[in-house]
Design a protein around this ligand. Structure first.
Ligand code: C5P
Length: 400
């Protein structure tokens, strides 16, 4: 897996703990595999190990001071964050976890954390009681829900003399997760991913429409994640207030019929179609040219909208097709049925009784080989990556 490491930009954040010395070994292993590593140290980390050690081994200046400009005259923490493929903080203290969780920014590392969009991996190390404390656990849960990767500390003897969970994760475990996260990054190079997002709106008259509560967040998270992994990404979006991720080609549509046209026009060039949009199943049979007047009762006739995904399934070719199944009952059965009926490779089922407009979601993935993967509640960004992990495997025709 040498190519995974070669030339990658890793920021190694080092915070102050008895385990700080272990970061030296981590740095040696990372550079030894071919990564370029920039070390950022907190003030307390510098009380345990001198920056000179890291500077010598990384052959780069160690970043400690928020109030200097780097050699490009950029603001240091922003410039460092922009270049990074991964931010690894090892060891991570309870204090740094709390700062990240609550957005405090009072040193180089905490500012960099807030300004970077690269994947973040934390390897906590602290005393047993501290790690078990609800404050720490809840802060970690908050970070995980936002897509931060965290490693559980190991069980064993601690500097305090206690035995328990708190030791920095094993070096080989840390390296393995870093390799997984780096490897993830360019595995969609050469692919053209078409993602649909948001609701559709089906007009009744010039001011009223039928729609649903979809926000488009899941679709946009997938678009961004696919872009980060090297794909050429197009989004066909229903009405949402979300900003377009940089580098993503966006087409806005309003109705299901418009979405149908937009998707089919782009199908030829698409290698992976991910239908995250909540397409309205019905549209009013007529659209009143003027605002409808009040009456005691009105009857609206609804017509079935075309099923975009089912049509894409009929023209499948070698394309990978991913659908979503938002259900309020019999989640897996319904999802499995849609997977088969629409000729999909993967279906992402979410029980919308737990809500679907938030920042996090809880889904189960079913693929055409019958494999079922139930994910815990995660940020939509992390769910997007998990979906793409499966897509990469399906695209390669591997039956993992
Ligand atoms: O059958 P159901 O609407 O539950 O299937 C959901 C999946 O099908 C979603 O991926 C959704 O984007 C897609 N769909 C579609 N066209 C429709 C309705 C749903 O592509 N008219």
């Amino acid at each position: 897996m040498k190519h995974v490491w070669e030339g990658k930009e890793i920021i190694l954040g080092v915070t102050g703990s008895i385990a700080t010395y272990k970061a030296v070994e981590i740095l040696r292993e990372l550079t030894g595999r071919g990564a370029n590593v920039t070390v950022v140290m907190t003030e307390s980390a510098q009380r345990f190990v001198a920056p000179l050690t890291f500077e010598t081994l990384s052959r780069r200046p160690v970043l400690t001071d928020l109030f200097t400009l780097d050699y490009n005259k950029h603001i240091g923490h922003v410039a460092a964050g922009e270049r990074a493929d991964l931010l690894l903080v090892a060891p991570t203290t309870a204090n740094t976890i709390a700062k990240f969780a609550h957005g405090l920014a009072d040193d180089f590392l905490s500012n960099l954390y807030l300004s970077t969009t690269c994947p973040v991996l934390l390897a906590p190390a602290m005393d047993r009681e501290m790690y078990a404390h609800r404050a720490v656990q809840e802060n970690l849960a908050l970070l995980k829900a936002r897509g931060v990767h965290t490693l559980d500390p190991e069980y064993g003897e601690l500097a305090s003399g206690l035995i328990g969970r708190g030791r920095l994760a094993d070096l080989s475990t840390i390296l393995q997760i870093v390799e997984d996260l780096l490897g993830r990054q360019q595995d969609l190079t050469g692919e053209t991913v078409l993602v649909t997002a948001g609701p559709t709106q089906e007009p009744l008259d010039p001011v009223r429409y039928l729609s649903n509560r979809s926000t488009g967040k899941m679709g946009f998270a997938i678009a961004q994640a696919a872009r980060d992994r090297g794909a050429h990404v197009m989004v066909v979006s229903g009405p949402t207030s979300l900003a377009t991720p940089a580098g993503v080609l966006r087409t806005d549509v309003t109705t299901a019929e418009e979405m149908y046209q937009a998707v089919l026009e782009r199908l030829d060039t698409t290698t992976i179609l991910i239908m995250a949009a909540a397409v309205a199943d019905y549209r009013p049979s007529t659209r009143a040219p003027q605002k409808m007047k009040k009456q005691e009762t009105i009857t609206i006739e609804l017509l079935r909208n075309p099923d975009i995904l089912a049509e894409a399934g009929r023209q499948k070719g070698s394309r990978v097709l991913v659908g979503f199944a938002a259900e309020t009952e019999d989640l897996l059965e319904n999802a499995r049925e849609k997977l088969q009926k629409k000729h999909l490779d993967l279906i992402v089922a979410n029980d919308i009784r737990v809500g679907f407009a938030g920042e996090t979601t809880r889904v189960t993935m079913l693929d055409r080989q019958g494999r079922v993967e139930e994910l815990p509640e995660l940020s939509k960004r992390e769910v997007a990556h998990r979906i793409l992990d499966r897509v990469v495997v399906l695209r390669r025709g591997e039956h993992a």
